[in-house]
Write a protein of this length. Structure first.
Length: 122
């Protein structure tokens, strides 16, 4: 029988961990980990999952959809209302790239560090 693996953390590289944690905290409602600092910040969920943000010297933001600097990672969020969710993230510092391949089904935004994140109609 293969070993059972449980995902416990997802970590994104960035130049400002606390700022990126604040963006995703507003988006998800997750709590800021008490040991968050300028080099690493985390958000924790009730299930124990940690979304981490780590400072990387000379961080280069992804250029979605151009792959000259690859996406590195992207997160998808299921939402009831695409317009409201998009407005919340744009108010929080996200950008909306011109290229939108999802039509009415999903929207691509980029977080303040440039990582793509998708809003998917629930």
């Amino acid at each position: 029988m293969p070993p059972q693996l449980r995902l416990t953390a997802i970590t994104l590289d960035c130049s400002d961990p606390l700022a990126l944690a604040a963006f995703y905290r507003r988006a998800t409602g997750l709590e800021l980990h008490p040991e968050s600092n300028g080099d690493f910040a985390g958000l924790t969920g009730e299930d124990g999952l940690l979304i981490g943000f780590q400072r990387v010297d000379d961080y280069r933001a992804p250029r979605w959809p151009d792959q000259s600097v690859p996406q590195q990672i992207h997160l998808d969020f299921a939402v009831d209302d695409l317009d409201k969710a998009e407005a919340l993230l744009l108010e929080s510092g996200a950008d909306r790239p011109e290229y939108q391949p999802g039509g009415d089904r999903w929207r691509v935004l980029t977080d303040p560090a440039g990582h793509p994140c998708c809003l998917v109609r629930r």
